[in-house]
Design a protein around this ligand. Structure first.
Ligand code: PEP
Ligand code: MG
Length: 591
């Protein structure tokens, strides 16, 4: 037994968001930058912390100058001059020296030191009864927030610098951090924050990297270089795993590989129930790299192309030509199966540096998705023209995200029409009869599905957001993850309602939220009459296995029982009983 294994193991339980077992060395990524958690540093780390601080000061200085220039252009010099006060703070040698002295004296990382020095200065100024000085206190706090954000921004750089196989351990990873992961080196990742439908989790599944999130304190427990084991299916992380634990997991990994090999044999088989009912399975993709895995995993076509990921992790926004090429590549790769391109769902945690949005208290309820696009018609129409150009491949379809009322659909369709006119004027070909649908992921949209139906040709239920907004449970927050319940009666009833409305209008409804990828919930969705399931490629074999072992008649009975149930737990139990009976092998992968 080597030294590393001699330490006693630490077992942590989080939320398993991407299945698979991995063992490797931990690599901590900007572990304390987000929270300003104090960490005692060694003497040789002092210059490193000072250098981090100075680099963050330079970045902050440049950003303030840039903002000042933009404000001067748009609002005039008078408004821009308020940023002079911010520049004074970031260049204040007394303040800077105070932080550096405290790092050396207390032997702490820069974040908590910066925060405490800044609070001290700001408190001092705000106590003086002078409105000018009180404003300077606000400037200090504002600039400090910016410097901390720049320190946190290191995560992306650190990700790009990974050069050895490892398991990434981070406080949180933004979708763009995750998108820049090198799959050949990063065997898995684990985070303090996050939940099953957070965009980071979606990326982990897209990259097929095992992941456990919502661990609360893994960054405090693990150190770079520690041996670490993760079970992404069960949400288990073991730091310093014992020999016995490693042996147990070696056997478990072998069993899982065996099950997955058996499920892979379903690839070319139709997703048909035992009594002959077809439930098409399409794929959710975020990256063009995933195109090959759609058919390879046994899905037909793409039910959700999250196009905003083309905009994340890049310095510049893709222009019309680059977007048209990406959409055409997706369409060609799946032809003749449909490819549903979702228009940009940017905002909240998915905001590229190049798009400026207001600082919002509730960004998930704010300037996001279709709202952001409707207020930035140039950005939106560039995408619409690109999609239209790709629609010469007649398998291209399009849908809008986060529609909450009829007017948004009317406005979006009007911009689509304008974009068609612009292409026509230039003689650029496109499909005039492009099939346009809408996502149903806001409760208000679900409840007025009959009013939305005349404006579109299909619905796609985004259950990730639908659950978040119906239950008022932040989908990315591990503290309320226990309240996030796909089987809540409100959700079961909303899905039932939307499906019934769509069928009344002769339209089809797909589910593209994570609910469709949960093998336990597949019989329920099929029984509720959902016409198609769109899931990340890696989930296709499990979903297909459940469908092929299911009786459609049994699924209908299950859905009827669910609809008259009185609790989420009851519905979950019904679903669990059914899957344990018809496809126990898929449960082996997660229980
Ligand atoms: C959803 O909300 O269910 C959905 C599919 O969209 P996203 O996860 O990209 O928000
Ligand atoms: Mg959504």
């Amino acid at each position: 037994m080597d030294d590393a294994h001699a330490q006693s193991e630490i077992l942590l339980k989080g939320i398993g968001v991407s299945p698979g077992i991995a063992v490797g060395k931990a690599q901590l990524i900007a572990p304390h930058a987000h929270t300003a958690v104090p960490r005692t540093i060694a003497r040789n780390e002092v210059p490193i912390e000072i250098a981090r601080f100075e680099e963050a000061l330079i970045a902050t200085h440049d950003q303030i100058r840039h903002i000042q220039k933009q404000v001067a252009e748009v609002l005039g010099d008078e408004h821009a001059s308020i940023f002079d006060a911010h520049l004074l703070v970031v260049d204040d040698r007394t303040f800077i020296e105070d932080v550096i002295r405290t790092i050396k004296r207390d032997m702490l990382n820069v974040e908590p030191v910066l925060l405490s020095v800044s609070n001290r200065y700001a408190d001092m100024l705000s106590k003086v009864e002078d409105s000018y000085l009180a404003e300077r206190a606000a400037d200090i706090r504002d600039v400090t927030r910016r410097i901390l954000a720049n320190l946190a921004g290191e995560a992306l750089d650190q990700m790009k610098k990974i050069s050895e196989p490892c398991i990434v351990v981070a406080h949180d990873l933004s979708p763009s951090d995750t998108a820049s992961i090198d799959r050949n080196l990063v065997k898995a990742f684990v985070t303090d924050l996050g939940s099953a439908t957070s965009h980071t989790a979606i990326m982990a599944r897209a990259l097929e990297v095992p992941a456990v999130v919502g661990l609360h304190n893994v960054t405090a427990v693990a150190h770079s270089g520690d041996p670490i084991l993760i079970d992404g299916g069960r949400g288990i992380v073991v730091v310093h795993p014992s020999e016995a634990r490693l042996a147990e997991y070696e056997k478990r990994a072998e069993d899982q590989v065996q099950i997955l090999q058996e499920l892979a044999a379903l690839r070319d088989k139709p997703p048909e129930t035992r009594d002959g009912y077809l439930v098409p399975i399409s794929a959710n993709i975020e990256l063009l790299d995933e195109l090959d895995s759609v058919a390879a995993r046994g899905a037909k076509g793409i039910g959700l192309f999250r196009t905003e990921f083309l905009f994340l992790g890049t310095e510049t926004l893709p222009d019309e030509d680059a977007q048209a090429a990406a959409y055409a590549q997706a369409a060609q790769s799946q032809y003749p199966s449909p490819v549903v391109i979702r228009t940009l769902d940017l905002g909240a945690d998915k905001l590229p540096a190049s798009i400026k949005a207001a600082d919002e208290l509730n960004p998930y309820l704010g300037d996001r998705a279709i709202r952001l696009c409707l207020t930035r018609p140039a950005l939106f129409k560039t995408q619409l023209r690109a999609i239209l150009r790709a629609s010469v491949h007649d398998n291209v379809r399009m849908m809008y995200p986060m529609i909450s009322c009829v007017q948004e659909l009317v406005d979006a369709n009007a911009l689509l029409k304008e974009s068609m006119g612009e292409l026509e004027a230039k003689g650029i070909p496109f499909n005039k009869d492009l099939v346009v649908g809408t996502m149903i992921e806001v409760p208000s949209a679900a409840l007025v599905a009959d009013l939305l139906a005349p404006h579109v040709r299909f619905f796609s239920l985004g259950t990730n957001d639908l659950i978040q907004y119906t239950m008022a449970v932040d989908r990315g927050n591990e503290n309320v993850a226990h309240l996030y319940k796909p089987t809540h009666m409100a959700i079961v009833r909303l899905i039932d309602h939307v499906v019934k409305v769509s069928h009344k209008f002769g339209m089809w409804t797909c589910v593209c939220g994570q609910m469709a990828a949960d093998p336990l919930l597949v019989p329920l969705l099929v029984g509720l009459g959902v016409d198609e399931l769109s899931v990340s490629p890696s989930q296709v074999p499990m979903v297909k296995d459940v469908i092929r072992n299911l009786y459609y008649s049994g699924a209908i009975v299950l859905a009827q029982k669910a609809l008259i149930s009185t609790s989420a737990e009851n519905v979950e139990r019904l679903c669990h009983e059914m899957v344990r009976q018809i496809a126990p092998e898929v449960l082996e992968l997660s229980e």
